[in-house]
Design a protein around this ligand. Structure first.
Ligand code: ZN
Length: 101
C-alpha cells in the first residue's frame, strides 16, 4: 500500500495532493504492508448532511503495520476487534477501502 506522510505534521494521506491537517504540499511517499489490524470501530446507522445516504457503515480505527493509526470508513460487515484487513484501493473520493482477508 502506498501512503504519503506530511513532512510538516506527520499526518498520513492516501493521495499526494495536500495534507488535510496543515495544508502542507510537502508529502513523502512510502510503501508499507497492505495488512492492517482493526483496533476499534462503531456502526453508523443514521446519516446527515452529505452523508445522508451513506449508512450503514462502520467508522474504524486501524493500525498500520509500522504502528501508525488511521481513522477510516468500512463497509458494513461482521467485524471484530483484532481482525486483519487488507488494503483494496481508493474509492472515488480518494478514501482508502479495506476488506476482511
Ligand atoms: Zn500536515
Amino acid at each position: 500500500m502506498k501512503i504519503f506522510v506530511c513532512e510538516n505534521c506527520s499526518k498520513i494521506e492516501f493521495t499526494n495532493k495536500i495534507c488535510s491537517n496543515c495544508e502542507s504540499l510537502s508529502l513523502t511517499e512510502k510503501n508499507i504492508s497492505d495488512k492492517v489490524k482493526l483496533i476499534s470501530f462503531t456502526e453508523v446507522k443514521v446519516g446527515f448532511g452529505k452523508f445522508l445516504n451513506s449508512p450503514p457503515y462502520s467508522l474504524a480505527i486501524l493500525q498500520l503495520e509500522q504502528g501508525n493509526k488511521i481513522l477510516t470508513k468500512l463497509e458494513n460487515q461482521n467485524y471484530k476487534i483484532d481482525d486483519e484487513l487488507n488494503f483494496k484501493g481508493l474509492d472515488a473520493d480518494s478514501s482508502p477501502i479495506f476488506q476482511i482477508k
